[in-house]
Each structure stands twice: as C-alpha cells, then as structure tokens.
Design a protein around this ligand. Structure first.
Ligand code: TYD
Ligand code: MG
Length: 447
C-alpha cells in the first residue's frame, strides 16, 4: 500500500494532510501497488538496439522537412524526422489552428500525419479543416486523452508526423495524479519523445500557458524536447509572433510574424512597416524607432503624451508596451542632464500597434517622443531615432546598428539620428551620429 497526491503524483508510504511537493491539502489517496503499472509502450515502438561505434551510426538525412510555411520553417530551423517540437501559447491564441495547417501541409507533402486532440471531437476539427480549406486524405484525426490509445494509433497509422493537442490533456499513468498535473505532463512528454526518436516521427506537442498555473505549463517540459516555440499575441489585433526559445537544429534568434485571418494564420513576409501608422501627418509626441525582433528589423512608433498633472498626489506615469522602470530612469536623465523638468507633468507612453519593446536601443526614441510632446514639435516623418541612453546622458551604440540602418534606408526613410556606431559602407540615408542625448535632441530641434 502507498499514498499518492492526486495533483502532482507525489508518493508517500503514509497518508499526509498536505503534499510536500505541490503544497495542496487533502489530495492524498491510497493506491495499490499493482495498479501502479505505467502505460505499456507497444513493443514495435521500442528499440533495443545495441550501441554502435560512431562511424557506423547513420548520418541524418541532409534534407530538412518543410511545413509549407517558409516563415515558420525559418523559426523551426527545418524539421528532421524524430524531432520533438513544443508549441506553447495562451489558450485561444491559435495553436490548434496553426498546427492543423502544418499537419495538413506535411500530410500533403510527405504522407500520413496523425492529429490527436484531447480537447476537441474529430467533427470539430473537421469543421476547422473545412474552414481552412484543407481536407487532406492523409490527415488522420483521433480524439482521446489516453496515452496508450495514442501510442496504439501511432503504431497502426505509422504517420510521418504526430500532433498531440494538448500535452495537458494526456493521461500517461492512470494512477499518477490528475490530467494536466506535473507528473502526467512530464511522463506523457517523455514517452512521446521516446517514441518520436525510435520511430522517426516528427512530433508536435501543444502546451497551454495559464496565468493561474493550475497545471504544468510548457516550461516544465522544455528540457525534454528538441525545439520549443511560443505563439504570442500582440496586445490588440490579429498579429501573432512565433518565437523560438530552444533549438537543437538551428538558431533561436528567428521570429515569424503571422496574421490570424478568416482562413487561418497567414505569414506576413515583410512586417517591417506593419507597426507604424500610415497616416501622413507628422504628429508631436511620436518617434519612429527600428527595433529588433530576432533578426528582423521592425519599425515601431513610440508615442508620448506629456500634460500638466491634474490633481493632487504624484503625477501619472503610465506605460504600455514599455518597461516602466527603464522609462523612469530616462525621465530622470532628461531632468538632470537637459534641465527639462517633468516632475509636475503626467507622462503617458505607448508603443503603437501593441508590440512590447524592451530593448535599450529604443531609449533615444522614448526621450525624443517625450520632448516632442512637451515642446509640441513633431519629428519629421522621414526620420528615425536609435540609441541607448546612459545615466551620464551619453549615447551608446546598439546591437546590429548597421543592419537596422540598412533596412531603414530600404524602406524609404531619409534621415537617422543615432548614437555613435559603425555605419554600413553604402547607405542611402543621412545619418547624424550624436555622442550625447543633448546632441541628438538638438539635431532633432527639440531642445
Ligand atoms: P485556436 O487555434 O483554437 O487556439 P488555441 O488552440 O491556441 O487555443 O484558435 C482560436 C481562435 O482563432 C478562435 O478565436 C477562432 C480564431 N480563428 C480564426 O480567426 N480564423 C480561423 O481560420 C480559425 C480556424 C480560427
Ligand atoms: Mg487548441
């Protein structure tokens, strides 16, 4: 006899009121030892090969598989048979949609793909496939939460790729705690990746991120997979960013920008200008900054509104898409080194289009937007600003400056006010390189 926590699977020889592993109360139930047998992997999916000397190990196939979506391929670094890819994201962001699209594309190109859902009935998935216009005959659907049923289906269908949507709905060990608990999620991921490796099946594991943390999220299994990507929403609208955080086959620096449409997610191949408003009028309080997302240069609009503080108490400091602490430091630098006081003023700052900008390279943009609003003087529309601001009021070079400026020139901007840094050899752009924040703002005629 032993006792097991129903939430996390922690085992104890005696009954406990509170679980020492997950901290929940009253979750212990008695389990019989015989019932503890874990899921039996079908024997054909297990490999008992002896170790081989390195020269005799077959080389991986040189050709990488394609998801049929070049931007997604860039992020995944090209798929190889047996790769295990974790797909994280908040509920409703579009994971099932994107994976059904990928599954359909793979089935069309390479043969059978098995899509297993623990959340939706096959008829619901069919409906989505119809909406996407992708009813592919080599795409097999199964609704189950039972790992054994999934493994049996894998051995029956012998797919080239498997999608498990989601990991938190798979029951790996009937005696091992609730569906979605840490132990179930870990055990499912471990068993599925073992099968992926021995049978050479590309395996996608979906995992929800939840704010409450009621069950085990994607972070808890990242170490078990080859590639981990996250699908993120931008605060408002239909844009999604697919970001890689771990990649055994390629770089993690890539991101893809996708847009949710009535027919699934479509790639946005040139997202550089997507985040700035098309409106022609230059407006006071706006600065355009070339930020980096992965290796991509995106132009974003930093917006500031500086107004006399209304009531009593401290003035307002509100940020959307920017780091509050960083911005407070910048306001202090403006006060100290430029003698421009914002103490009695409310300062509202936002990044248009809903992107999050955390790079210090946007510092100069933030300062310029604040000054532009304060002076009610616009920065010309054909000008971008770029530079990190130091505490001494100095300007520092930024990462990949030349690449960003190249892109800025390509997009038709005429002028850039930047920190001191190397420039590309041929550049059709008037560049002002400033050593200090003061110099840069003078060049923008804001001081
Ligand atoms: P879904 O893939 O179910 O999200 P997740 O699996 O991450 O929970 O996507 C949910 C949203 O996407 C839902 O609100 C409907 C929307 N959607 C579209 O806008 N267009 C489409 O073609 C599809 C299939 C879904
Ligand atoms: Mg889903």
């Amino acid at each position: 006899m032993s006792f097991r926590c129903q939430v996390c699977g922690y085992r104890s020889p005696k009954w406990l009121g509170r679980c020492p592993q997950c901290g929940n109360y009253g979750t212990f139930v008695e389990v019989e030892e015989e019932k503890e047998a874990k899921t039996q992997v079908p024997p054909e999916l297990l490999s008992h090969e002896p170790p081989k000397p390195l020269p005799e190990v077959p080389a991986p196939p040189p050709e990488r598989l394609s998801t049929g979506m070049p931007e997604v391929d860039r992020v995944l670094g090209g798929l190889v048979p047996g790769a295990v890819v974790l797909f994280g994201g908040e509920p409703g962001i579009g994971k099932s949609t994107l994976l059904l699209q990928i599954a359909a594309n793979l089935a069309e190109r390479y043969g059978k793909v098995l899509y297993v859902s623990g959340e939706e009935a096959p008829s619901q998935i069919k409906l989505r496939a119809q909406r996407l216009g992708r009813e592919i005959s080599d795409l097999y659907l199964l609704s189950t939460q039972d790992l054994l049923a999934i493994l049996n289906a894998v051995s029956r269908v012998a797919p080239m790729a498997l999608v498990v949507d989601s990991l938190q709905t798979v029951l790996a060990d009937p005696a091992g705690g609730e569906v979605g608990s840490l132990s179930q999620v870990r055990e499912s991921a471990a068993q599925l990746s073992r099968v992926a490796k021995t049978a050479g099946i590309v395996t996608f594991l979906v995992s929800h991120i939840t704010k409450e943390g009621g069950f085990a999220g994607p972070k808890t299994v990242e170490h078990l997979v080859d590639v981990a990507v996250y699908l993120e929403g931008i605060r408002e609208g239909d844009l999604r960013i697919l970001r890689c955080v771990k990649n055994r086959y390629g770089s993690t620096a890539e991101v893809a920008v996708l847009e949710m449409t009535g027919k699934g997610l479509v790639e946005v191949p040139n997202p550089s200008l997507f985040f700035i408003s098309k409106e022609a009028l230059p407006r006071p309080g706006t600065a355009i900054v070339p930020v980096l997302e992965g290796t991509r240069t995106l132009l974003v609009e930093v917006q500031a509104l500086v107004t006399p503080a209304g009531g009593y108490g401290p003035p307002q400091r509100r940020m959307a898409g920017l780091d509050l602490n960083r911005t407070l430091v910048l306001l202090a630098v403006i006060e100290k080194h430029l003698g421009v006081h914002t103490r009695a003023l409310d300062v509202y700052l936002a990044v248009a289009g809903g992107l999050e900008v955390t790079e210090p390279a946007a510092d100069l943009g933030i300062c310029a937007a604040v000054l532009s609003s304060l002076r009610d003087r616009p920065i010309p529309q054909d000008t971008v600003v770029l530079g990190e601001v130091g505490l001494a009021g100095d300007l520092r070079p930024v990462r990949k400056g030349p690449e960003r400026l190249q892109e800025v020139a390509k997009l038709g901007f005429r002028r850039a006010v930047v920190s001191h840094q190397p420039l590309p050899k041929k550049l059709e752009l008037e560049v002002v390189r400033a050593k200090t924040l003061r110099e840069a703002l003078e060049a923008l005629e804001l001081l």
